[in-house]
Design a protein around this ligand. Sequence first.
Ligand code: UTP
Length: 235
Amino acid sequence: MTRTHVVALGGSLLRPEEAEKRRQWLGQLRQLIVHVEGNGGKLGIVVGGGLPAREGIELAKNIISDSDKLDEVGIAATRLNATVLQQIFLDIGCDVAPSIPSTTEEASSLISKHSIVVMGGTTPGHTTDAVAIALARDCGARNCIIATNVDYVYDKDPRKYEEAKPMFDISIDELAEITGTEPLLPGQSAVVDPVAVGWAKSASIDIAVLDGRDISLLDSALEGKEFSGTLIRSV
Ligand code: UTP
């Protein structure tokens, strides 16, 4: 049976500071996709909103404060980023779904017909981390990779605490203690969205958090090889 992988790709990964790094990262990601497809694998990619989401939400916040409306602005940005990747993969003839699904059920059905499906956010109240967990659940994957811009989950925020320690192998309950369980505000970030943590626990989905700036880590995790990052066990 073909294995389906699901990856949440943090939106910040698409735009490294230096323009040359952007081209390099997108090129390496594209190679990885070709490789997955060549090996007969299936991949659902859920892309975050990154800079356009933050900018759009900040702009709208001048006038509106309703969090669902601000979330809709964020969702539009995730779909923009998803379209960028979808077109980049289509350009080299990959078997990518021609539409950007707006629900995980739709994405799951598209994955049965195509090698690659790229999507962004769905509904207000959570981030694309949670969407990736829901997609993993809906397409029968037992785990979900969260590729972000940090190397590990730390026991406390490493930007604030020098003594923060990286965690290598933890349970979903330990992760919930670190992230808390309160939903994030529109545009707010956390190493893993607390809503995603709750959904992963309910659906018994294991999570791998790794540094997506290094595509070789993503490659290793997809191949089932050892990778540097944090493994979070739900069962
Ligand atoms: P992201 O998934 O990009 O949030 O959603 P993030 O965790 O900050 O990820 P990075 O920075 O891209 O890695 C951006 C915003 O879009 C809205 C939320 O407001 C979120 O903060 N959103 C996204 C939703 O409301 N629902 C979704 O399904 C996805």
